[in-house]
Every structure is written in structure tokens, then in C-alpha cells.
Design a protein around this ligand. Structure first.
Ligand code: NAD
Length: 494
């Protein structure tokens, strides 16, 4: 492993509160976010009182009911396109803030900013193309099904892709004509508020259509989930939290969209192009230090290629450049916080105790490593069935390798967890790709690729990985209700 810690530029911590950003309903004690690579202060963001959460929801309700926003697709498209343009102009500054606050490499941060812009543009286009349907039902009778916005959407988002996952909810919710109250994760509030500020400054955006609140899930998040004025919760986060959100939202029968955790299998068959599969397997688990819901954290290898593939992948993991995400040479950055590092470390200890660790598995010490929250890229084989490492989401750079001898066994292992978010398949046999792709229970199946997302194509989970879909037309329509208007020129009654 090579440590990468080049000298970095100076940084003046940024401040956000409701006097500086009026769309932010927050003026209580600031929470600070810290650089996961160095521990330095990145930002101070004021938190919201419960009264300010109520105020944000009420102002969203007023704007939704009184402005033309819900009925004017062209206005929504214009505002969203301009937001994308301002984001593009600020993309380098946003990427730097993202790396400093979240820790991912600067290349990955640039990618997150660009894909967020692309997501806004896709939804901006869709804002003018939300159609219902109509039917002539019988002589003199017509039915029209409209797609209407749900109303007030609370978007509650996590820290791993803070920009992308917030925009993935906010852009379609706005495109469909809703008002949105955003609650970012407390570890990464600044990047979210900085991006939303570029939207909120638009003169044509009715005041109140976008609001942000800041604070813990247990207080501020809970207030949104239980608030009678909120019609829908778009939640991305841990499965246990999502289940809790759904239960508590049920009292007011809120619509929910839940994008939750995963333990995704990445299956390599013996007939695959192994050079490509190797790069795909590396990306699937070590990209963003494994802190991706769709991480390919279980590598399923055909018996006949197992040993050679593991050795090649382990060699790559051992030579990976791990360090400060701002150093362009870095391939894997730190984990987001000391607390999360400790959680991931517990899983590394399970790997050492229960399996054969072929790469990583040891603490990273000395040099710049002591200031940040680093865990070595770790690969473990020979785990016993039932090991927590084969079933639980680690959300870190820890890969569990399993062997299979038949296609049926690969499918059985792939479907053996409570999750169903994504799956990778590496094969040159087209019939097999179809067969296995249909048989695996997951919302996304990548064939001979991994981790490629498109604003046009939906994502979401089977089983405990979620309810509903985001992105694409399916994701946009989640933020709508249907309404049937029935016209009868000569009604008869009994
Ligand atoms: P988390 O569930 O701890 O927090 C997510 C958000 O929910 C945060 O804003 C948090 O403050 C808020 N929250 C926490 N408790 C709450 C409560 N009781 N009521 C209301 N809001 C509450 O998740 P995290 O640690 O921030 O993110 C990591 C998790 O997110 C992983 O499990 C990962 O798989 C999942 N994730 C899923 C997707 C997806 O698309 N399926 C994408 C990214 C992350």
C-alpha cells in the first residue's frame, strides 16, 4: 500500500445559517463538519429547532398552495436548468468541498458533481413531459387521469453520496411540481446546503418551495417523519432506519420512498473476460472506500478461476494508493468518521478471526494515516456459512469472497441475504446473462460492468433494500399522485 498525502491548500471553514441563506430554517447551535482525512474543520452549519422545522413545512405548504409552481411545467424546467448551469459553473468548488467534507477522492467527487448536474438536467426536461392519460368511456363519457404532485416532500438523505442522493430526490420532486424540505445527514450538511443555495437564489423559484433543515435524525428527522403537513418521505439511508421511518410515517399514512442498504453479489463466471471482471470487482468494493449502498461486497467466483482471480485482486488491493482524497494520486480515501471507522474495524476483526485475509486486515498507522479515519482495502476468503461478513452491510472496503460450482448455486448464494439492491454478472454467455439476471432478486443487474448509473434508468431495492424507485421515469412518477376526472354529458342514476 502506498500512502498519498501531498501538501494541500489552505481552507477557510464555511458558515451556513438562516441569515446567510434564508431558505435554510436553522439558527440554533451550529454543528461542525470535519475533514475525514485530516480532522480539520470544514464547515459550521446552524441546526434547526423543532419550531423551525414546523416553520419550514408551513412555508413549503403556503408556497405549494399559493404559487403557480405546481401547474407550470415550463417554469419548473427553466428553474431546474438554471440550477444545473450554476452548479456547472461552481463544479470545481463543489467537488473540493465534497472531498473535504466526505473524504472521497477528488476524481470521484468531480464525478458525483457532474452526475448530479446530469440528474437535474434530465428532470428539468421531464418537468414539461408529465402526462396522464384519457379515455372515451362510453357515449358522452370521458375520463382523464392526471398526474399531480404529491404535495410537501421531505427528503432525508445520507452522507455517503450527499450531493447525488439529495439531488436524486429533490430534482424529480420539484420537476413533478412538489415543494421540498431537505434534511441532509449531520456529517455532510455543508455540501448539500451549498448546492441548494445555488437553486434557492433563482428569482423565479417561489419562496418556500425549497427549504432545508439541519439536525439529528432523532429530532429534526423525526419531526419531518411525523409532521401532519408532510405528504411524502423520500428517505435514503440504513435499512433499520428506513423501516422505522415507514412505521412512524404510517400514523399519518405518508407516502414513502425508501432507498436502503445492500449486500450486493458480484458474480464472475469462468467464461468471463477476467481482465475486465478484475477491474470491475475492484471498483465494486473499493470505490468510495466501500461506502456505497450498491457496493459489490460479496464476490462470487466460479471454482475454476477462484484462486488465480483472488490472487490478482489481492495484489491490486495491496498496491492501492490510500490517503488524502485531495491528492490526485489517491485511489481510495478515508472513511467518513471515527465512529464509522470503528464500525468497519469490527468487521475487519471478524475477517481476521473467521476467514483467510488475503489483503489488508491490518491497521494503517504512521504518516498521514494517524490524523484520519483509514482502513486498508481488505479481502477475505474461506468464511464459514452464517458469518456476519456474508450477510451484513459493512459499508467499508471489506470484500467477502465466496466460491460456487454451478449456475444454480451462484443464484442461490446471490439471493441468500435479506437485501436485494444490485448485482454484477460477468459472463460472455448471453443466455446465461439473461437467465441469471432474471433469477437474481435485485433492483439493478449490471452485466459486464458495475456501478454505472444513469438519470434515465431507475434504481431501487427488492426485499429490505427498499420500497419504490428513484431516477428515470419510474422515479419521477413516485413523486406524483393520480387523479381521475370523470366527465359525463348525460348521467343516469338508479
Ligand atoms: P442513516 O439511516 O443513519 O441516516 C440517513 C438519514 O436519515 C440521515 O439524514 C439521518 O440523520 C436520518 N435519520 C436517522 N435516524 C432518523 C430517524 N429516526 N428519523 C428520521 N430521519 C433519521 O444512514 P447513513 O449512515 O447516513 O447512510 C448509510 C446507509 O445508507 C447505508 O445503509 C447505505 O446502504 C444506505 N444508502 C442507500 C442508498 C440507496 O440508494 N439504496 C444510497 C446510499 C446509502
Amino acid at each position: 500500500m502506498t500512502a498519498t498525502f501531498a501538501p494541500r491548500g489552505s481552507w477557510t471553514p464555511v458558515d451556513f445559517d438562516s441569515t446567510l441563506q434564508p431558505f435554510l430554517s436553522a439558527s440554533a447551535d451550529a454543528l461542525a463538519s470535519y475533514d475525514p482525512a485530516t480532522g480539520g474543520l470544514v464547515a459550521r452549519v446552524a441546526t434547526s429547532t423543532l419550531g423551525q422545522v414546523d416553520e419550514a413545512v408551513e412555508s413549503a405548504e403556503r408556497a405549494f398552495r399559493k404559487s403557480s409552481w405546481r401547474n407550470d411545467g415550463a417554469l419548473r424546467a427553466r428553474v431546474l436548468f438554471r440550477w444545473a448551469e450554476r452548479m456547472r459553473q461552481q463544479s470545481e468548488a463543489l467537488a473540493e468541498l465534497l472531498t473535504r467534507e466526505q473524504g472521497k477522492t477528488i476524481g470521484q467527487a468531480r464525478g458525483e458533481v457532474l452526475s448530479s448536474i446530469s440528474m437535474i438536467e434530465y428532470n428539468a426536461g421531464q418537468a414539461r413531459a408529465i402526462y396522464g392519460r384519457s379515455a372515451a368511456l362510453k357515449e358522452g363519457v370521458h375520463g382523464v387521469v392526471l398526474r399531480e404532485p404529491v404535495g410537501i416532500v421531505a427528503a432525508i438523505t445520507p452522507w455517503n453520496y450527499p450531493l447525488n442522493l439529495t439531488i436524486r430526490a429533490v430534482a424529480p420532486a420539484l420537476a413533478a411540481g412538489n415543494a421540498v424540505v431537505v434534511k441532509p445527514a449531520s456529517l455532510t450538511p455543508a455540501i448539500v446546503i451549498a448546492a441548494l443555495a445555488l437553486l434557492a437564489q433563482d428569482d423565479d423559484l417561489p419562496d418556500g418551495i425549497v427549504r432545508a433543515v439541519v439536525g439529528s435524525g432523532a429530532t429534526v428527522g423525526d419531526r419531518l417523519v411525523t409532521h401532519d403537513g408532510v405528504n411524502m418521505i423520500a428517505f435514503t439511508g440504513d435499512s433499520a432506519t428506513g423501516i422505522d421511518v415507514m412505521k412512524r410515517g404510517a400514523d399519518s399514512l405518508k407516502k414513502v420512498s425508501l432507498e436502503l442498504g445492500g449486500k450486493s453479489p458480484n458474480i464472475v463466471f469462468a467464461d468471463a473476460n477476467l481482465d475486465k471482471a478484475l477491474i470491475g470487482a475492484e471498483n465494486a468494493i473499493f470505490s468510495s472506500a466501500g461506502q456505497i449502498c450498491t457496493a459489490g461486497s460479496r464476490l462470487l467466483l466460479a471454482d475454476s478461476i477462484h484462486d488465480e482471480f483472488v490472487e490478482r485482486l489481492a495484489a491490486r488491493a495491496r498496491e492501492m494508493r490510500v490517503g488524502d482524497g485531495l491528492d490526485p494520486a489517491t485511489e481510495m480515501g478515508p472513511l467518513v468518521s471515527a465512529g464509522h471507522q470503528a464500525t468497519v474495524w469490527d468487521y475487519v476483526e471478524i475477517a481476521n478471526a473467521e476467514g483467510t485475509v488475503v489483503a489488508g486486515g491490518q491497521a494503517l498507522e504512521g504518516g498521514g494515516y494517524d490524523q484520519g479515519h483509514f482502513v486498508a482495502p481488505t479481502i477475505v476468503t474461506d468464511l464459514p456459512a452464517g458469518s456476519r461478513l456474508l450477510n451484513e452491510e459493512v459499508f467499508g472496503p471489506v470484500l467477502a469472497v465466496q466460491k460456487f460450482s454451478t449456475e444454480e448455486e451462484a443464484i442461490q448464494i446471490a439471493n441468500s441475504t435479506e437485501f436485494g439492491l444490485a448485482c454484477g454478472l460477468w459472463t460472455t454467455d448471453l443466455d446465461r446473462a439473461w437467465r441469471v439476471g432474471r433469477a437474481v432478486e435485485a433492483g439493478t443487474i449490471w452485466i459486464n460492468t458495475y456501478h454505472h448509473f444513469y438519470g434515465e434508468m431507475e434504481v431501487g431495492g427488492f426485499k429490505k433494500s427498499g420500497i419504490g424507485r428513484q431516477q428515470g421515469v419510474e422515479g419521477l412518477l413516485e413523486f406524483t399522485e393520480t387523479k381521475h376526472l370523470n366527465f359525463d354529458s348525460n348521467p343516469t342514476f338508479w
